[in-house]
Design a protein around this ligand. Sequence first.
Ligand code: ADP
Length: 322
Amino acid sequence: MKRIGVFTSGGDAPGMNAGIRAVVRTAAGLGVEVVGIRRGYAGMIEGEFVPLGPRDVANIIQRGGTILLTARSKAFLSEEGRAKAAEKLAEAGIQGLVAVGGDGTFRGAERLIEEHRIPVVGIPGTIDNDLYGTDYTIGFDTAVNTALDAIDRIRDTAASHERVFFIEVMGRFAGFIALEVGIAGGAEVIALPEVPVSPQEIADTITESFKKGKRSSIIVVAEGAYPGGAQALFKAVHGLTGFEARVTVLGHIQRGGSPTAKDRVLASRLGAAATRTLIEGTSGVMIGEVEGEITLTPLHDAVSKKKPINLELVDLARSLAG
Ligand code: ADP
């Protein structure tokens, strides 16, 4: 391979830039040119290509978001759209791709491989940590620490005013963020899509904690743990008990920000390994890190198999909430 492309796609995640930097510098070390594809699959279809040399990726390792921009592309969902993207790649002499994104991005990559024989290696870039084949995704650690910082601040107010707070964190289908910040933030209750908690259970927990002398509580709710999220869950609990509480939805503040050291190291490692794997001739895999080791997982497994939540942590959270 003489020239490869790198792109970021789907939701942005802190650490994507560290991944791009690792791809560019690893390829340069192997004598392979890198082209940056802007705006994910949308830019691929439009031929939005920029050459990236080692100096072009200086001073980005600490930046959140993605210097290549990201987008969602409807056109890429059609065969014609993907054919156009393949044509643009061929015109630019791009012989393989490193894709940084989540499950949608990898589903698109699978189509490119099948329909146009373009080699693709993926690295998991999403704050949700919901990909099978890696213990952590790039951006998760930063998102957890950002949410935790917000919860610590809210707890000061909850304690001072003797209030209950419902705090909604990201996670429509997976509760990884909620579970980690819930434990680290000392939440009384953690509601996850995988392990939902009923309004009655929450009401009982709050009643119990009042009996034990607690005057403030933090309830961490993953977006997808209850229809309508934390606001609706609070309303249901209020309907049962009349308890007052405040609801805070953390929303997009969880997505951005300077990546933590852990995310920078993970992205550097995965970006470098993906580039070597692609150039050595392997395609259709996601590079992950499992128990500290670099692993290769078929893209198909990464998107179709479900990564289970750690039930031991769920029990731990319950046992420490008292
Ligand atoms: P993420 O990669 O973060 O999961 P999305 O689900 O938005 O983000 O996917 C990113 C892009 O990947 C979509 O905008 C679309 O262009 C492409 N994509 C997603 N699913 C498919 C699919 N089944 N086939 C082809 N392309 C897809």
